[in-house]
Design a protein. Structure first.
Length: 311
């Protein structure tokens, strides 16, 4: 069976890094490109992290740089969740900068979508700025993307404010455009990703695989677990769960709803409005993940990390 072509658009980030490694251990897909966006940390770091991970693990794919500022002025919002440069306290050897593709993310998305002739899927695990730029510059992209699998939003609550999840909060204007574009989209939000938590035993099991991806994943998990010990976020596999939605759908229960993004409001900017009661009478435009089978997800993720770079 032909491998499904993907682009991973990410703001790498500790959990993004684990999702990237899982993707290269997924036998169902081929990663055509890894594109960076501003998000967890500045794009100069997210792009460098992507290049270094790909180079360090000897992964075959293109790495493109992307958007450096969102379409919603958020100023200097960066915090220490992912460390100063995005991979916590994990340091990778710097890959030669010449290894970056000369193409920017949004143009690469357009080019590869045409090359894949309607089969391209996007794993969007950061703010949606690159996707919005690609659609804005090439409206025909809408008919060429088979599916967007987005770690995005939430039905209830937020991790950036009382109502907003970070990827949406960081660029709600881009997210609003993407959700309204008409591309089939699955929204994997905090309702399930905050339950996708790994523990120390999981980290040590993954380290025992002994491959570079396993050791790197375990080191990133150590950072995340130590962060949690001092009051930070737990080792939530937000982004890897979005990949699981695409290739291991039995990990999740999803339902179709109409979703829109609030771009204003003291308490609501960045909120994903999910019309769970159908009050608006609008056709659903997204599949929304509601329930997680944690054991199935963990087992799948570990196997992907174990296989990273070999499938
Ligand atoms: O809210 C979680 C999301 O924000 C994840 O994608 C994480 O990497 C951060 O980008
Ligand atoms: Ca991310």
């Amino acid at each position: 069976m032909a491998k499904r072509p993907f682009i991973i658009d990410c703001d790498t980030g500790t959990d993004d890094a684990i999702a990237i490694m899982a993707a290269f251990g997924c036998r169902e897909i081929t990663v055509r490109a890894v594109t960076s966006v501003n998000g967890n940390v500045k794009e100069e770091y997210t792009s460098r992290n992507n290049l270094n991970i790909v180079h360090y693990l000897g992964l075959e794919t293109e790495v493109m740089r992307g958007a450096q500022i969102p379409f919603y002025p958020r100023g200097n919002y960066y915090d220490t969740t992912h460390g100063a440069t995005g991979l916590g306290n994990v340091v990778l050897p710097d890959a030669p900068k010449e290894k970056f593709s000369k193409e920017i993310a949004s143009e690469a998305i357009w080019r590869i979508a045409n090359e894949e002739d309607g089969e391209l899927e996007l794993l969007v695990i950061g703010p949606m700025t690159n996707i919005a730029i690609a659609i804005s510059n090439h409206p025909g992209l809408v008919g060429k993307i088979k599916h967007i699998w987005a770690m995005a939003g939430s039905v209830v609550g937020g991790n950036c404010s009382t109502t907003a999840e970070f990827n949406i909060w960081a660029d709600p204007v881009s997210a609003k455009l993407v959700f309204a574009a008409g591309i089939p989209i699955t929204m994997i939000g905090l309702d399930v990703t905050e339950k996708a938590v790994l523990n120390r035993a999981d980290a040590e099991e993954i380290r025992s695989f002994g491959n570079r991806a396993g050791i790197l994943t375990a080191n990133i998990l150590d950072y995340m677990l130590n962060r949690y010990k001092v009051g930070g976020e737990d080792a939530m596999m937000h982004d890897a769960l979005a990949l699981a939605a695409a290739v291991k759908p039995e990990c999740l229960v999803c339902r179709d709803y109409f979703v829109d993004v609030e771009c204003g409001g003291q308490y609501t900017a960045g909120h994903t409005m999910v019309d769970v009661r159908g009050r608006l009478g609008k056709q659903p435009n997204a599949s929304v993940a509601l329930e997680l089978d944690l054991a199935a997800f963990k087992s799948w993720l570990k196997e992907c990390i174990r296989q990273c770079g070999t499938v």
